[in-house]
Write a protein that binds this ligand. Structure first.
Ligand code: IMP
Length: 440
């Protein structure tokens, strides 16, 4: 396996950042292919703690090349702020961080529109991250958006005027304040000129670079953001993000062909969380839900919002596995389950009196679905920092075996704590030696 995609199996926040950080020494390049600074990838090692939003998690490794692909929406100021944070922490991304010249520029007017729309939706809000992600992708699909390469275009002002001609009337209709420098062509153009200068060392034809590296036998790790159930096509529409967070997005969002991808590692949290609104069949609104929230420290990396918590949902999990075509799995936050006396896993949805095991597309059906659970005894033993699978309590090993059987993929990694080192690498699974060799 040379080129591997890391894909979230739930609604994001599965711990992808940690797994990318753990295995990326086996690769030459880490590439993000979708999303923007709505993502929050937390990486913890030693005493350091990073919350990356736009820049691939691989950047924390000396010399690792990182690509921000054409499928991303990049807010220049958010990028520059993150860059400054990295520099302050002694990480130097110069000469090894590349932004696609075809990536969409997420501009301040997109943020105004996202926020005004959410305010107008009131109780029906999607619960977006308020970062302007949806409107930025919309401006790409509607073809009035700007790409990185356009920041230096001679007709920049006209392009910005065209963008504002679409966005301003929408803001007016929503009753939002449009008397703001973010919505003024000249002021916006001035900021874009400054950004163009600051971003110049990073902007490149990343599709061409990646193709060359792959041709030379170098290995690419594709770092997905969000998760399968937030995917614009396959997720719980309309409570989704606006990009393709499943494996197909890795090709579209980098310019590498699908045939270049030869492995997919799904990241599955041992229970389920969701930030924002939308259906969540196995949600726990009781003490157990609060316990998972507290013990799992389930607060949004980007927004600080508490995450909704619930049992593992394998109706959703099997669906995510099907769409992504998994080679293997990483099971994260196993230790968060340590204290529970009983653990439930959702294996079916009861809808209109019938039990379904496929994931429904219909919003009303999903909203009415009642979980059908299979019960497992808890292990009620401390597993934090466990490094060998054999050292896990038998009940925990049974839980892993059930997940493998249902998801039809081997669990290669079991995460037993937030730190890079707190991970079980299962070398007994053949064919993944590259990923599980030694303490990476
Ligand atoms: P948007 O991506 O800001 O448009 O938000 C759309 C939905 O995706 C909301 O429910 C967000 O909470 C959710 N979302 C976006 N990014 C992430 C993420 O990185 N982790 C978890 N949820 C996310």
């Amino acid at each position: 396996m040379s080129n591997v995609v890391i894909a979230g199996m739930q609604w994001g926040d599965e711990g992808k950042g940690k797994i990318v950080d753990l295995i990326c020494p086996a690769f030459d390049v880490v590439a993000r292919f979708q999303g923007g600074h709505n993502a929050g990838h937390t990486v913890k090692f030693g005493d350091s703690h990073f919350a990356l939003r736009l820049i691939p998690s691989g950047i924390l490794h000396d010399g690792m090349r990182c690509v921000m692909g054409n499928g991303m929406v990049v807010a220049p100021q958010a990028f520059l702020d993150e860059l400054a944070e990295l520099k302050e922490a002694g990480v130097d991304p110069r000469g090894r961080l590349y932004i696609s010249e075809r990536a969409t520029v997420l501009l301040p007017p997109h943020v105004h529109l996202d926020q005004a729309r959410e305010a107008e939706r009131g109780a029906d809000a999607i619960g977006t991250t308020s970062r302007g992600i949806g409107p930025a992708y919309e401006s790409k699909a509607s073809r009035y958006g700007l790409r990185m390469v356009d920041l230096t275009a001679a007709d920049l002002e006209e392009r910005l005027a065209a963008l504002l001609a679409v966005i301003r009337p929408q803001l007016v209709a929503l009753g939002a304040d449009v008397d703001h420098p973010d919505l003024d062509v000249a002021a916006l153009a001035e900021r874009c000129h400054a950004w163009a200068g600051d971003l110049k060392p990073f902007v490149a034809d990343t599709g061409r670079l990646l193709a060359g590296w792959v041709r030379d036998g170098e290995r690419v790790l594709f770092e997905g953001a969000q998760g399968a159930l937030l995917d614009i096509d396959h997720g719980t529409f309309p409570f989704v993000t606006s990009s393709s967070s499943t494996v197909g997005g890795a090709a579209v969002g980098t310019g590498l062909p699908p045939t270049a991808i030869d492995g997919v590692i799904g990241i599955l949290k041992a229970y389920t969380t969701r930030v924002g609104a939308g259906p969540f069949t196995s949600e726990l609104l009781d003490e157990t839900g609060k316990h998972l929230q507290r013990r799992g420290n389930e607060l949004g990396t980007v927004t600080g919002r508490p995450r909704r918590c619930g049992w593992l949902d394998l109706v959703a999990g099997r669906y995510a596995a099907r769409v992504n075509g998994l080679s293997a799995l990483a099971l994260t936050k196993m230790d968060v389950m340590d204290r529970l006396a009983e653990i439930q896993v959702c294996v079916g949805y009861r809808i209109a009196g019938e039990v379904r095991t496929d994931y429904p597309a219909d919003r009303a059906a999903l909203a009415s679905a009642e979980p059908v659970y299979r019960s497992f005894p808890g292990w009620q033993q401390d597993t934090v920092g466990t490094l060998e699978f054999a050292d896990l309590p038998p009940a925990a090993r049974d839980y892993v075996a059930f997940i493998e059987e249902q998801m039809e993929a081997p669990v290669l990694f079991v995460s037993t704590g937030p730190k890079r080192e707190e991970t079980i690498l299962r070398r007994e699974h053949p064919g993944f030696e590259l990923l599980t060799a030694g303490r990476l």
